[in-house]
Design a protein around this ligand. Structure first.
Ligand code: PMV
Length: 337
């Protein structure tokens, strides 16, 4: 086993994933709907993976993790080791740091599992294609399948029971790529209230809107991809907002309800609407958390960021651009990389 350092960037879904297939092995973690995202330059996870003569150790942001967070990491490494090797996996030290708030709805699981996947594939010498890496990352977290790639990315739902046709692919927008910005508006501090796996299952089993949500997703994906090809921000923005609000309607219509929004979330949505009326186009999207991300042209990002910063209750604002694919490199054993 080699010592490696991987970096993966977070992504934000423009057409959302919410819900898992139940006709298949749950360990494959197959989504009920496809999704489409933008990888972000400003939010990333760095993961060092090294063999150890001691026992497994997972350090996140300098703190040793135990419990379910660590269990997910070891299950993922066991799965990847079994792809290329027999016998017991070597004991590992995983040292990870997120360059943004963990579990605050800023999709740290996406970059976290993408970084862990490319790190393990390299450290265990698995010789995987990016498509294979994407399938493997998906088993850790659905959104992580998308963070293997940079720019705009589509995750195919697939139909097969073995999940082989469920992987992400970059969407080419030509040269130079279509430059869009995403203004990340943090509206609260701390971790999200309901984890995505639990929330998705609750929506599937209790929300009356879950069926229509799943049924209408393929059209949203097709329309969004066509809008990206045409570089039509108004058309893309309309689908982005529709997908977001449809997902949150489904969350809110679950029993008990899942409400990720905080008062500043709604205030930011209103502010972005006012700006649009005033001729500054931006389009909101919100994940399983209270933060708002605003899709816009890069030359509008500063004005939108400023306006959102002035909304009472907003904690921080950050302007992101499209980010790169996940990368990995070998480091000297025990080294700092
Ligand atoms: O893959 P997970 O468990 O991080 O779930 C992602 C769910 C959403 O962020 C709400 C939507 C998405 O497509 O990223």
């Amino acid at each position: 086993m080699k010592s490696v350092l991987a970096i993966a960037h977070s992504n934000i879904a423009l057409v959302k994933y919410w819900g898992k297939r139940v006709d298949v092995d749950p360990r494959l973690n197959l989504p009920a709907v496809g999704s489409l995202s933008m990888t972000l330059d400003g939010l990333w996870t760095q993961t060092k993976l090294q063999p150890t003569t001691g026992s497994d150790r997972f350090v996140l942001g300098g703190t040793v993790q135990t419990g379910s967070a660590a269990a997910k990491v070891w299950a993922h490494l066991d799965r990847l080791w079994a792809h290329g090797h027999g016998g017991a996996r070597p004991a590992c030290v995983v040292d990870s740091s997120n360059h943004f708030p963990t579990a605050a709805g800023l999709a740290s699981s996406a970059s976290g599992f993408a970084a862990l996947t490319v790190a393990a594939a390299s450290a265990f010498e698995l010789r995987a294609t990016p498509t294979e890496l994407s399938r493997w990352a998906r088993m850790g977290s659905g959104s992580a399948a998308r963070s293997i790639f940079g720019g705009f990315v589509r995750l195919h739902r697939g139909e097969r029971a073995d999940g082989e046709d469920c992987y992400a692919e970059p969407i080419s927008t030509g040269e130079p790529p279509w430059p869009l910005a995403l203004v990340v508006v943090q509206t609260a501090l701390g971790a999200k209230s309901v984890g995505s796996t639990e929330g998705m299952e609750r929506s599937r089993t209790t929300a009356p809107y879950y069926g229509p949500w799943v049924e209408t997703s393929a059209q949203d994906l097709a329309d969004a991809e066509a809008a990206i090809q045409r570089r039509d921000l108004a058309a893309l923005g309309a689908i982005v907002e529709h997908s977001c609000f449809k997902m949150h309607a489904c969350m809110m219509a679950s029993r008990p309800p899942i409400v990720y929004w905080k008062p500043p979330t709604l205030a930011v949505i209103a502010r972005v609407g006012e700006l649009r009326e005033a001729g500054v186009p931006g389009y909101v999207t919100i994940d399983a958390g209270p933060h708002v991300k605003v899709l816009c042209e890069p030359d509008r990002a500063a004005a939108i960021a400023q306006a959102c910063e002035d909304v009472p209750g907003v904690e921080a604002v950050m302007i992101c651009q499209g980010g790169p694919a996940a990368t990995v490199r070998e480091i000297a054993a025990g080294g700092r990389g």
